[in-house]
Design a protein around this ligand. Structure first.
Ligand code: FAD
Length: 437
């Protein structure tokens, strides 16, 4: 893994994003002997998947699947990875893509840092840990998380007290307080956009009052609470550390809703909520768990059985839309629900002490603003036809994973492989034409 490159570096292909889609595409290209540059804006590769607890429908440990892929990419002789680096724009001319990158300062020289974490242990400034969705604390200089790749410390300038302790304890003189943002342009023949998704804001629906209670949480927060190596090591309510006794999942809390500009289905929310409910019932056997849903979309292989297993485990499914959530004095949350299966009294008020909102998936990046790639009306990368699901309108630029629309890991991996195949076919054809012409 090389982190010091300049514009003379010309990879065969550049992958935007080091999530599971980007890593799979990079590995498939690199295994064919092609040189690949993966550019990731976060301090570690792994994307959303490395932060998940377990995955549906197998309930395998997410990091046990993701870490080997991250490691394989990091150690592949044909793959170079740049972290803390953002793809800002792509200019294409004469079949060559000029990819403009912004490398953010980490204030640590990665060639010197040995990942010993002495700086982290010595640092006495902490801030809410973004990897733990703000629940735990992380030092101002730290390796981003336990299985982060690269295992290099990164200094957060916003939270640094500039006391200089990290520089004094570093055994390899790796701390560089004078690092500046660096811009560079990389020329390449093919690009795979694997810039993924983000969740829409937890406060996008004001009637759910998430801004008024710490116990109305995001599904990513629950993933961390459920992770064995999560912030508390067990599931506790964020507001007061109490073990929750009654948990509600509110489906379609940020999707299938024209009023918030997300009319489409985010596809994975039904399945991840069912998964989280099953994991919760294992972690908190006495808890009462209810999923409020409009309809359950269990579309994949083995998914319907997974849903049936959850019902058999005693998870309550209530078919009805949650209209409003009110935080009450004393910490409970009051849900106003229309239960469509209740003919006599469909409108009900139910109380829970932890609520998880199934927020909608929205694009992680908008390439249409600064690249030849076009986006569809939903903001995700537009593809050219049903029979070429990884081709974009720009020749030589392909798309993989949730950058093209909401999807689960199985479909993301399949699409990443397809994008790599299309990109390599494009590259080998280009080489053959150059030899002939
Ligand atoms: C709460 C939750 C639970 C889930 N559970 C499951 C599950 O159990 N099973 C399952 O199959 N699926 C699950 N999913 C879906 C799964 O997370 C996705 O299918 C998968 O992570 C998509 O991977 P990706 O690589 O497409 O995107 P991401 O993981 O979002 O990766 C994209 C990467 O690109 C980077 N990036 C973006 N823009 C730029 C840029 N301009 N320059 C550089 N880097 C950039 C981002 O930082 C990110 O690291 C879940 C989703 C959620 C929200």
């Amino acid at each position: 893994m090389n982190t010091q490159i300049d514009s003379s570096f010309t990879p065969d292909a550049l992958v935007v994003g080091g999530g599971i889609a980007g890593l799979q595409s990079a590995l498939d290209l690199a295994d064919q002997g092609l040189k690949v540059l993966v550019v990731e804006r976060q301090a570690s590769i792994g994307g959303h998947m490395i932060a998940l607890s377990k995955v549906f429908p197998t309930l395998d440990c997410a990091s046990c699947i993701t870490t080997p892929k991250m490691s394989a990419a990091a150690h592949h002789e044909n793959i170079t990875i740049l972290t803390s680096t953002e793809v800002e724009a792509i200019e294409s001319a004469g079949g060559v893509h000029h990819v403009k990158l912004l490398q953010k300062p980490t204030y640590v020289n990665f060639d010197k840092c040995i990942g010993c974490r002495l700086c982290e242990y010595a640092c006495d400034t902490e801030y809410p840990d973004p990897f733990e969705e703000g629940l735990g604390a992380v030092k101002a200089i730290a390796v981003p998380f336990t299985n982060a790749i690269p295992q290099k410390a990164v200094l957060n300038a916003e939270h640094c007290s500039t006391c200089g302790t990290c520089a004094r304890v570093c055994p390899t003189d790796a701390i560089e307080f004078d690092q500046q943002p660096r811009r560079l342009t990389i020329a390449t023949d093919a690009v795979i956009v694997a810039s993924g998704f983000k969740l829409n804001s937890i406060t996008v629906k004001p009637q759910y009052n998430a801004q008024r209670s710490q116990d109305i949480i995001s599904p990513l927060t629950l993933e961390r609470l459920l992770a064995p190596h999560g912030p508390y090591g067990r599931v506790l309510r964020p507001s007061d550390g109490k073990i929750p006794g009654s948990i509600a999942f509110v489906q379609c809390a940020g999707s299938r809703d024209e009023s918030i500009g997300v009319p489409y289905c985010s596809r994975v929310c039904c399945m991840y909520s069912i998964k989280q409910a099953m994991l919760l019932s294992g972690a908190l056997p006495l808890a009462d768990i209810t999923i409020y849903y409009m309809d359950i979309r269990a579309f994949g292989k083995g998914y319907e059985q997974f849903f049936q297993n959850a019902k058999a485990m005693g998870i309550n499914f209530v078919r009805g839309k949650v209209a409003r959530i009110d935080p009450l004095d004393g910490g409970d949350l009051s849900l106003h629900v229309e239960n469509t299966e209740e003919a006599e009294n469909p409108i009900a008020e139910r109380r829970h002490d932890l609520v998880v909102l199934a927020q909608g998936m929205i694009p992680g990046w908008n390439p249409a603003a600064a690249t030849p790639v076009a986006c569809a009306a939903d903001g995700f990368v537009a593809t050219t036809s049903l029979t070429a699901p990884t081709a974009t309108v720009a020749p030589g630029i392909f798309v993989a994973g949730t950058a093209a629309g909401p999807k689960d890991i199985v479909d993301t991996i399949a699409e990443a492989g397809a994008a790599a195949m299309q990109a390599s076919q494009y590259l080998f054809q280009k080489r053959a034409e150059a030899l002939v012409g």
